[in-house]
Design a protein around this ligand. Sequence first.
Ligand code: NAD
Length: 433
Amino acid sequence: MKIGIIGTGYVGLVTGVCFAENGNEVICMDVDENKIERLKTGDPVIFEPQLEELLKKNIGENRITFTTSLKETVQTSDIIFLCLPTPPYEDGSVDISHVLDVSHKLAKYVNSYKVIVSKSTVPVGTCGAIRKIISKKTKYSFDVVSNPEFLKEGAAIADFMSPDRVVVGTRSKKAAKIMRDLYSSFMHLTERFILMDERSSELTKYASNAMLALRISYMNEIANLCEITGVDIHMVRKGIGSDPRIGSSFLFPGVGYGGSCFPKDVKGLLNTAAEFGYDFQTLKAIDEVNRRQKFIMVDKIKKHFRGRLKGKVITIWGLSYKPRTDDLREAPSLTIISELLKLGVKINAYDPAAMENFRKLYPDLRVKLFKTNYNALKNSDALVLVTEWTEFRKPDYVKLKKLMRTQVIFDGRNIYNPAEARKNGFKYYGIGR
Ligand code: NAD
């Protein structure tokens, strides 16, 4: 099939590369000229496991091309995926202007029947708005389909290649058949195609992300209660997760969720509820608990140093909002670092993938970046583990002890064994233990 991707970011690029890998002819478009030039050379621009190798392979086999031309993308494609940003406004409502602008612009290039698919996460009714815009500007027939994306950054290729489910929202039999055919090669063993109307599909994405965010915020509150009552969250988590009605995933407490999706989608759903006159209490709590949780480690640090933090050197391991990505959007590290800087702390930091993005976003030279995690620890008064990259999981305590001025670990993801850290002479602070 001939596929056009509009917006070649985390979702667009992964979608394009995976469709190309499955034998389709893909053209990816973006307004960012520099990004398109880099993509043409096989540089994926973002860090995502397996992406570079699949990108290079599919460029080499002429199945994927890159352009800044919207006209070329629309006219050479049968199915057009909108993978555009839908960021939050200050008040939490969703900015769908990129999606609507592109719909206005692409409509005049439609030259045959097209399926226009929203992969962007958009509020209920957006696909209807896209349809209205395009129908005013073209005489050709077309369908607008909602197909929310559920990939996880850090495992995006694997998720796309082997999806838990593909949700497609459309009432058009023709578009549904095309979408089913397109995705059939990703579902060899079991059918995981869920067809519904477009508004249900639009809401499914928000409901799904909000549910995951709910589990995290709930576990963070249970962890906070564990601390007050002298209970170990690690044991409680095991006890809860063994109930098949609950399941064991997404029960890990930490320093709060971040990323481009959970924070904005919780707020976006809250906004939809408000627009329809519904007071969504649990959503409000998820958001507030997460906001507070990002300060938990700073409070522990303040308490440990009895407020005397001026001039202290604190090392941060992990900047990205989660492992295996260079994405810093809404990362807890940003809140922790800016709070510590306000208290006069000097920051040393290391991240395996996100340092380049961090420097662009955070030019403040009071945060020093280092080439290795151990280099960052030299003369440090404390280590704060913020992102659980695998390379941080088994620290060499002897080396740590030699490098650090004082031996304190603030483990924001509970990846270290407290007893082992203590045995090695470290003061250990986790979350809920
Ligand atoms: P992103 O910011 O990484 O990528 C968006 C791309 O669109 C950028 O490259 C940008 O230059 C381009 N763009 C902006 N305006 C454009 C225009 N007018 N024409 C062409 N290109 C334009 O965003 P993302 O993380 O890929 O997210 C895209 C959508 O997918 C969002 O709605 C998001 O909520 C949703 N989503 C994201 C994830 C994720 O993990 N990142 C997962 C599921 C769904």
